[in-house]
Design a protein around this ligand. Structure first.
Ligand SMILES: NC(=O)c1ccc[n+]([C@@H]2O[C@H](COP(=O)([O-])OP(=O)(O)OC[C@H]3O[C@@H](n4cnc5c(N)ncnc54)[C@H](O)[C@@H]3O)[C@@H](O)[C@H]2O)c1
Length: 312
């Protein structure tokens, strides 16, 4: 992988919470809100749940088993908020509805949904078992759409809601050996753009605000994981694993705190967009929504030769 292919930022990139998104700046800013975080047992999801709890939100944390959620539950409870842990495979629509009903009965109406659960299987498509490949689309794309489809009518009836989809930089670039991952994340980012436009039709814009978020490079169960031995045996170290590992230098708190900040509504001008947590939210807000949309910044788009437009 040649990093120069994508260029280097000349503006400072953030790797840890800063200014407006620190726990101190966000103290009590989500007090009284109820937030759901999927895939919260570890890694980035755990940090998102904890950041939301620090900002005063009660949290419902979902993952494949309740046992896996114990550590996150304890960390969130330390913040003095209500916490409920639910075993839930997010690809199971029936179970999701059951869990959301339970959360609303026990904690109150859900205000914030963070679709974080995700999986990655690194192998060339030609070497992949189709079902394993497709499972990534189910977890990374179908599941967020299922959660949104279940909660959106409730957000409509209450006239408010915040949805954060943890996408990935992989949504925006071609990464060989990760077809299921890149396509599911691209679809999720596209869905975020389009759904925000549907909120306009529904007269729910900006009251219902969505975001697609790249959390940065975080060393987690997934982040920094490599290809399996059979793939390495066949193709060699195509990605330069050692170099790749060095790219994972962001703390999970950066994404966690960015989610807490978005949940407050302070970032509503950025709704519908694809955001990279490493970029300063104040800088983006400073440019303004109108200019960002006009210049197609922070949206998945295609560029043609000068003179050709992407006309209908
Ligand atoms: N780590 C990174 O550098 C990085 C970069 C870009 C995007 N992301 C995204 O961030 C999110 C979190 O990733 P992470 O790095 O913390 O990974 P992780 O593997 O450490 O955690 C993912 C969590 O999701 C849960 N999960 C998986 N399938 C599930 C299912 N069907 N139902 C319920 N829970 C399920 C897992 O049990 C696990 O607790 C993912 O969506 C990932 O694609 C991560």
């Amino acid at each position: 992988m040649d990093p120069a292919e994508f260029g280097y930022s000349t503006l400072e990139m953030k790797h840890a919470p800063y200014g407006p998104i620190t726990p101190e700046a966000l103290k009590d800013s989500n007090k009284g809100k109820i937030a759901v975080v999927t895939g919260a047992a570890q890694g980035i999801g755990a940090a998102i749940a904890e950041a939301l709890a620090k900002s005063g939100a009660s949290v419902a944390i979902l993952d494949l088993s309740v046992e896996k959620l114990a550590k996150t539950k304890e960390a969130c409870e330390k913040q003095g908020v209500k916490v409920r842990a639910h075993a839930c495979d997010v690809t199971n629509g029936g179970r999701l509805k059951e869990v959301f009903d339970e959360v609303e009965k026990e904690l109150g109406n859900i205000d914030v949904l963070v679709n974080n659960a995700g999986i990655l299987d690194q192998r060339p498509f030609i070497m992949a078992d189709f079902n394993t490949f497709w499972r990534q689309i189910e977890v990374n794309f179908k599941a967020p759409l299922l959660t949104i489809h279940t909660l959106l009518p409730r957000f409509r009836d209450r006239g408010a809601g915040c949805i954060i989809n943890i996408a990935s930089r992989s949504a925006t670039v071609d990464v060989p050996m990760t077809l299921g991952y890149v396509t599911s994340k691209a679809a999720l980012a596209r869905a975020t753009h389009t759904l925000q436009r549907e909120m306009v039709l529904e007269k729910l814009d900006p009251a219902v605000h969505l975001y697609a978020l790249h959390p940065g490079g975080v060393l987690t169960g997934m982040g920094g994981s490599g290809a399996s031995q059979d793939v390495l045996d066949k193709y060699g170290d195509v990605r330069d694993e050692k170099f790749f590992m060095e790219l994972f230098k962001d703390g999970p708190e950066l994404c966690g705190q960015t989610c807490a900040w978005l949940a407050t509504g302070q970032g509503k001008e950025l709704r519908g967009l694809y955001l990279d947590c490493r970029q300063d939210v104040e800088r983006l807000l400073g440019v303004g929504r109108e200019k960002l949309l006009k210049e197609k910044k922070n949206v998945l788009t295609v560029n043609f030769l000068e003179g050709y437009a992407n006309e209908p």
